[in-house]
Ligand binder design. Sequence first.
Ligand SMILES: *[C@@H]1O[C@H](CO)[C@@H](O)[C@H](O)[C@H]1NC(C)=O
Ligand SMILES: *[C@@H]1O[C@H](CO)[C@@H](O)[C@H](O)[C@H]1NC(C)=O
Ligand SMILES: *[C@@H]1O[C@H](CO)[C@@H](O)[C@H](O)[C@H]1NC(C)=O
Ligand SMILES: *[C@@H]1O[C@H](CO)[C@@H](O)[C@H](O)[C@H]1NC(C)=O
Length: 407
Amino acid sequence: MRLLPWIPIALLPALLYLYFTSPSFIPLTYTNFIEKEKSYENICDYSNGTWIHDKKGPLYNDTICRKIKIKQSQNCIINGRPDSDYLYWRWKPSQCNLPRFEPLTFLQLIKNKNVAFVGDSLARNQIESLLCMLATSSTPKRVKHKGSRRWHFASYNANLSFYWSSFLVQGIQRSDSPEKGSKYNTMYLDHVNERWARDIDEMDLIVLSFGHWFLVPSVYYEGDSVIGCLNCTGLNYNEIGFYGPLRKALRTSLNSIVERKAAKGNRIDVIVETISPSHFAGDWDKGGTCSKSTPYSEGEKKLEGTDAEIRKIELEEVENAKAYSKQFGGFRLEALDITKLALLRPDGHPGAYMNPFPFANGVKEHVQNDCVHWCLPGPIDTWNEILLEMMKKWKEKPRSEGFLLSF
Ligand SMILES: *[C@@H]1O[C@H](CO)[C@@H](O)[C@H](O)[C@H]1NC(C)=O
Ligand SMILES: *[C@@H]1O[C@H](CO)[C@@H](O)[C@H](O)[C@H]1NC(C)=O
Ligand SMILES: *[C@@H]1O[C@H](CO)[C@@H](O)[C@H](O)[C@H]1NC(C)=O
Ligand SMILES: *[C@@H]1O[C@H](CO)[C@@H](O)[C@H](O)[C@H]1NC(C)=O
């Protein structure tokens, strides 16, 4: 019970009334009660806009990324990618401007905090982009931590962690080689993956980024029973597709966060990143490439099919979890909706430059391309610019102290 002493008791009924009748049902603190929700206006929709040419170029280069040992397969410059036009674009949301990333502001905002990126290799891609940008101001130190890769910023007493959890829920990833494991993912849709979830208590901000591992053959469990599968010819289970399981996995994860953290009255911020589309022309495993060297212009490429559907599910589950968490204070949840802006960047992937100098010995017939992950530096830096803007907004609009909820 955290009744702020300076709130006149006589105001409480009015506050309560406002709280329960405010259209967005957002817990009000005394200050924003006075300000009449002013700060809720003019919230920019960062997901809608266009990529415009920008002479400034990226905040960092491969020298800095190499210091913190980012994954070599995303270091396109080092790997010999010859064109550089893809580095000179800036995202322009249609109703506002997206400021350039400010490492010091970000570090100030995470002071004394533990920030966790949870998910698949795109979550790792994004945290590495963030680390490269932050390293231009303050060099992080790798520290040992069970279950995650963790970087520590000593002057800010802040941690950034990456937890590998490609389904968010418990499961076993499939393998391409039969000796190494099953050719199907096994997923337990109603059990959150403890690898990250056991640390929820220590986390201040969680960024969830996942999805791609749901598109491959899988067997799904709820409780002890198989509820169906995806592309499991020969196993005699019902084909149920992956949309339902993806929704269920996200719901299980968000509910776990709410129940374990917010229910105890502890504060936490959660961001769900929407799906990052890939750009293979052709099949990813049959010589598909992504050789376009400029972004699509607005309207040139429509969001549709699987990407559109996954994004929709993710946005819906964020709304569901918001509704569920209303009974608890101290819980903030937003979607970081990058699907549309990422869709417009077929030029931002490593392509053949996932490997060093792929054409050193002449042009081969088949070169494996990576049209899923993003070059560093590259468009994924923009996801973090939006993340920072969201965190700045949150700072201006502090969440409820919880006093209204503890009556
Ligand atoms: C995006 O912004 C443009 C320009 O403001 C507007 O015409 C369009 O309706 C917006 N699209 C969406 C999906 O909000
Ligand atoms: C990379 O960035 C660092 C620091 O900003 C700078 O000193 C260095 O000259 C840059 N290297 C290249 C190759 O541009
Ligand atoms: C950061 O990580 C270190 C090492 O794992 C830990 O001792 C420390 O408590 C963490 N700091 C915060 C603010 O979570
Ligand atoms: C399932 O397999 C069929 C046939 O190989 C394929 O066309 C389809 O794309 C697969 N579905 C998914 C979601 O991978």
